[in-house]
Design a protein around this ligand. Structure first.
Ligand code: FES
Length: 146
């Protein structure tokens, strides 16, 4: 950990409020890639934030960190660009679906929960969503650093 690359600068554009000293990975589409979400110190309890270029959502509640797809389960609109992602308000403007903080549909045509992905925290506090690893919606990653 700790080395930097061009990808860091690209990734910074993917994360609102990004911390500056993070090891970064790709900023590509929702391709099953790992998504660097920045340092856990910038993801306090209560966070629910979209990472648009990767079509994922990072969240943290009292139990820990969790990651979800930002693709609406109705017809796959990316809610980071076609809707909104904020605490208490995951909304798809395509046809009006809404989801709660854990991705459960609460309104609109969507009937399925958002897909959850595994989240890890490195020894230096870097949070990564692993889109290749689907997990139960109740899964949380406890934070032991920062
Ligand atoms: S794609 Fe989201 S409500 Fe239809």
């Amino acid at each position: 950990m700790g080395h930097t690359s061009r990808r860091e600068f690209v990734k910074i554009m993917c994360i609102s409020g990004a911390a500056s000293s993070m090891a970064m990975t790709g900023c590509m589409g929702n391709s099953g890639a790992d998504v660097n979400c920045g340092n856990v110190s910038a993801i306090p309890v209560g966070t629910l934030r979209g990472i648009g270029s990767d079509s994922v959502i990072i969240g943290r509640d009292s139990a820990g960190l969790y990651g979800m797809s930002a693709l609406c389960t109705h017809a796959q609109c990316d809610m980071t660009s076609q809707g909104s992602v904020a605490p208490g308000n995951i909304y798809c403007q395509c046809h009006g679906s809404s989801f709660d903080n854990n991705g459960n549909p609460t309104a609109g045509p969507a009937r399925s929960q958002l897909q959850h992905y595994a989240v890890t925290v490195s020894t230096t506090g870097v949070v990564t969503i692993h889109q290749s690893q689907q997990v139960d919606a109740a899964a949380r990653t406890t934070v032991t650093v920062a």
